[in-house]
Design a protein around this ligand. Structure first.
Ligand SMILES: [Fe+2]
Ligand SMILES: [Fe+2]
Length: 214
């Protein structure tokens, strides 16, 4: 619930920046649709949490809902699009499918089916936006910045998904929770099948950076 609401906040900020740089109305509309999806995910998650007997959730700290912007707008769009969409939403697709596969509580299945149906579109938004940045007048700098920033961004998401227990408390799996160790397995697979080939293809135009460092 917290992650979904945070996604709505971050996507909304990113869409504001897209308007600021004159992005295509199609991209802006798709971004706004994603904000609404994430709010629906948060609302449905709150219902499932209540049904599962979860207690009240403390208010989110405002800072967690804000996307910091220290760079020029185009660079901030590139940076956060890579982190949130090309990395986060891309790994979310197989992750939520795996969650759904072992979930038996009907309301939790309904929530996860809705999320699974939406996440592939969110992932595709990120890659379309990345390609539009690389193809635009700012493309050369975008490619350079992508090559420089990507290893650290990959390291951050690997770190965030690493470690953790391989078991769950009794009854948690049926409500959709996944043991933390499973996150790392899914991430390693996505790194092999999605990130490496797709990022390498996009960096290849800058010959020297055609291969990603480990
Ligand atoms: Fe979501
Ligand atoms: Fe999403």
């Amino acid at each position: 619930m917290v992650a979904e609401y945070t996604s709505a906040a971050h996507t909304h900020t990113l869409v504001g920046w897209l308007i600021e740089i004159g992005a295509s109305p199609d991209l802006v509309r798709e971004g706004l649709r994603i904000v609404d999806d994430e709010l629906v995910h948060a609302e449905l998650s709150a219902e499932v949490l209540a049904l599962a007997g979860g207690g009240p959730v403390p208010p989110l700290p405002r800072a967690a809902l804000r996307l910091p912007r220290a760079e020029p707008t185009e660079a901030a769009v590139l940076h956060w699009n890579v982190e949130i969409f090309c990395l986060g939403e891309t790994v979310a697709v197989p992750l939520f499918r795996k969650m759904l596969a072992g979930t038996t509580q009907p309301q939790a299945r309904r929530l996860l089916r809705r999320i699974v149906a939406d996440e592939a579109r969110h992932r595709d938004f990120g890659w379309t936006l990345l390609d539009s940045l690389l193809a635009g007048p700012w493309g050369e700098e975008a490619r350079l910045r992508l090559g420089v920033g990507l290893p650290a961004a990959l390291a951050r998401i690997r770190e965030a998904y690493s470690g953790g227990a391989s078991t769950l408390p009794e009854g948690a799996r049926e409500w959709g929770l996944l043991a933390p160790a499973a996150y790392g397995e899914v991430l390693r697979q996505v790194e092999r099948t999605w990130w490496r080939p797709r990022f390498a293809a996009r960096l290849a135009a800058d010959g020297a950076r055609a291969t990603l460092p480990g």
